[in-house]
Design a protein. Structure first.
Length: 348
């Protein structure tokens, strides 16, 4: 089969690799229908996260089950399935507590698992899925082609935006600021509106991303950054900060802006992968601003979010503004690296 490998900074190649096989009785083999490129994939692509040797990449996909191991009981060949960005047993104490990224037996795509075998990267034609019963979620039926992009967001980006909103405590009638206009930030706008936020301010300086934010329900757009951005937020909210701020970038600057945009007693939900900087504990203490969040437990949120995506209540797949065949995966990385695309979907 063909799969995507990262060789070095900005050196992405689609190569022939061995077909995956069932390695344990709890495995499944899934034929990929669509995968995508994540903003977090750009860290190793740019060389910020070192790559010592060529490695598989990609952690989001939907597809069709082709084979299952003898102990797999909830899936069968032909099922259309969604795979979270990490695999898990869905039974250990951490999974039962809703923290699937910390599964005692789980792991992440593109690396060797606890079973001693490679869990394939997801930007390829086929994937071996460990712990298939715990990991994969089957859709109610065979989806239409139009529905596939929306289902694909359930692998990562939409549940991650939802996690920001949940971590910040978004409630009906509340005010929300979203820091970050990447696919996760835009998904956080949609998630906040889905939870009933009365006013959502999206911080974005890019017109194409502003348009998506508005389509997801953003009531106001603030293009400024830093102190000017905070002043603009306060002006919109009558001189008081937001009840909830969703930090979807992960830099010191984005977190500082998030903390300053929250009202006294407000709460920040953070899902941006940290990239330098520390929390300003003194500001948090003086203003009673709380911070919560982390790696999104996608598997925990999947059943709830799938219902609304399946019936068309929400359409998170609008974050995909570029669709390419897998053959052009390198072009997709370049487009996202140069901010010519918000998020690229890869069809197989």
């Amino acid at each position: 089969m063909r799969a995507t490998l990262l060789h070095a900074p900005r050196d992405i190649r689609l190569e022939n690799v061995p077909d995956p096989e069932l390695r344990t009785d709890t495995d499944a083999i899934v034929r990929v229908v669509a995968s995508c490129i994540c903003g977090s994939d750009l860290w190793p692509y740019r060389g910020i996260t070192p790559t010592a040797s060529p490695r598989r990449i990609g952690h989001e996909f939907v597809g069709v089950v082709e084979q299952v191991g003898s102990e797999v009981s909830t899936l069968r060949p032909g099922d259309f399935v969604i795979a979270p960005f990490g695999y898990s047993d869905n039974t250990c104490v951490n999974c039962r507590n809703g923290v699937h990224p910390s599964c005692e037996h789980g792991g992440f795509w593109g690396s060797e698992g606890q079973d001693g075998h490679l869990a394939d990267g997801c930007q390829g034609e086929t994937v071996r899925v460990p712990l298939a019963d715990g990991t994969l979620v089957a859709t109610p039926g065979e989806p239409t082609q139009e529905l596939i992009p929306h289902l694909l967001t359930l692998s990562d980006v939409f549940p991650t935006g939802h996690h920001a909103a949940v971590s910040a405590g978004v409630t009906a009638g509340s005010t929300v600021v979203v820091v970050g206009d990447g696919a996760v930030g835009l998904s956080a706008v949609l998630a906040a509106k889905r939870l009933g936020a009365a006013t959502v301010i999206a911080m974005s300086r890019h017109e194409s991303r502003q348009n998506i934010a508005r389509s997801f329900g953003a009531d106001e757009i603030v293009a400024e950054r830093g102190k000017e951005g905070v002043s603009a937020v306060l002006e919109v909210l009558g001189g008081i900060g937001a009840d909830h701020v969703l930090e979807c970038v992960g830099t010191a600057e984005s977190m500082a802006q998030a903390l300053r945009s929250a009202r006294p007693g407000g709460r920040v939900g953070t899902v941006g992968a940290p990239n330098g900087g520390q929390l300003d504990l003194a500001t948090m203490f003086r203003r009673n601003v709380g911070v919560a969040g982390g790696v999104a437990p996608v598997r925990h949120y999947l059943p709830e979010l799938l219902r609304d995506v399946w019936d068309g209540t929400v359409t998170p797949g609008e974050v995909f503004d570029q669709t390419l065949p897998l053959d052009q995966v390198a072009d997709g990385y370049q487009a996202m690296d140069e901010r010519k695309a918000v998020k690229t979907m890869l069809t197989v």
